[in-house]
Each structure stands twice: as structure tokens, then as C-alpha cells.
Design a protein around this ligand. Structure first.
Ligand code: PNS
Length: 164
């Protein structure tokens, strides 16, 4: 069974990696898909985000069952394109759930053959978000516990030289 794991992934954190690992243990194939959202400013381009995710999972034992791509438009259309009937979303705390619940129901109304499965990350990652990690990076904080090293380096470079 194919699952689609969508997100902004700007950048991909250890929280995302934890959810992906869990999804890969439940589904035979997982497609990680980066949202190209022109309505939301991102630090990294979609292509950069795709490449960073590929780099950080390439040595995982399940890497051959995971594909990484990007999408524009409605997520459910992309789910149907890749043949996925399941969307994966990570929920860290109850406050995430209200928005996720509405989005899952909207997606199911748009595509009744597509359901959402919620997964929880390890407890110690429940406070990690891409937004807070970027805040820590802007102010020069230690990113070791939040991001794979290669991604942390790229984020620090980008916040120091936003136009490079
Ligand atoms: O990591 P994020 O930013 O929480 O991911 C949100 C994302 C990209 C999954 C969501 O905004 C999305 O699916 N956007 C594409 C448009 C769409 O289909 N929205 C849901 C139905 S209105």
C-alpha cells in the first residue's frame, strides 16, 4: 500500500524523519511530497527541500521504498496521481489536531477514496517545528537536536546569506 506524506518541510526536521520512519514501517511504499506553496514564503526552494530530504534518508534501510517529489495544487489530486489512498500527517500535540482534523475531512470530501492517518513522533520531538527551528537558526542557537547535520548546515548558511 502506498502512503503520501505531504508537508512544507522547510526544512525537514528530526520530527519529520521520525514520522517518515514510522510510515515506512507501516506501508510498503511512502511518497514524501514537498508542497510548492506560492502563498507561503519559504527559506528553501522546493527542489532544494526535495534534495535535502533525499540526502538525509539515502542510507536508511527503508530508503528504496521511499520516493521524494514535490507538488502544486490540491494534495488529493497528487495522491490520486501517485496511487495513494492514504495521507500521513504528524500530530505533535492536541493543538495541532483541530487544523489537521478539518484538513483531513476536507481532503476526504474532495476525494472520498483518500483517508488520513495521523502518527505521533517520539515524545522528545513533540515541541520541534520547522518554524521554531528557523527562529533558533536566525539567532545562532544550537540545532543539533532538531535537524540532521547536513540540513542544519544549509539552514545556517541560508540565514546568514539569504540572497546567496
Ligand atoms: O507542513 P505543512 O505546512 O503543515 O503542510 C500543509 C500542506 C502542504 C499539507 C497543506 O497546506 C496542503 O495540502 N496544501 C495543498 C493544498 C491543499 O490540497 N490543501 C488541503 C485541502 S484545502
Amino acid at each position: 500500500m502506498i502512503a503520501l506524506y505531504p508537508g512544507s518541510f522547510d526544512p525537514f526536521t528530526y520530527g519529520h524523519l521520525d514520522i517518515l520512519e514510522r510510515a515506512a514501517s507501516l506501508f510498503t511504499k511512502v511518497v514524501v511530497t514537498v508542497a510548492v506553496n506560492t502563498r507561503k514564503a519559504s527559506v528553501f526552494t522546493a527542489d532544494e527541500r526535495v534534495q535535502m530530504i533525499r540526502d538525509c534518508i539515502k542510507d536508511k534501510p527503508w530508503a528504496d521504498r521511499v520516493e521524494v517529489n514535490h507538488f502544486t495544487g490540491l494534495l488529493v489530486n497528487h495522491a490520486n496521481e501517485v496511487g495513494a489512498h492514504t495521507l500521513i500527517r504528524g500530530v505533535r500535540q492536541v493543538s495541532d489536531f483541530e487544523y489537521e482534523f478539518r484538513m483531513a475531512l476536507m481532503n476526504r470530501r474532495l476525494a472520498p477514496n483518500v483517508d488520513t492517518v495521523f502518527l505521533m513522533p517520539r515524545e522528545e520531538l513533540t515541541f520541534v517545528s520547522a518554524t521554531l527551528v528557523k527562529e533558533v537558526a536566525y539567532w545562532g542557537g544550537d540545532l543539533t537536536h532538531f535537524l540532521p547535520e547536513s540540513i542544519a548546515r544549509k539552514l545556517l548558511d541560508r540565514v546568514r546569506n539569504p540572497d546567496a
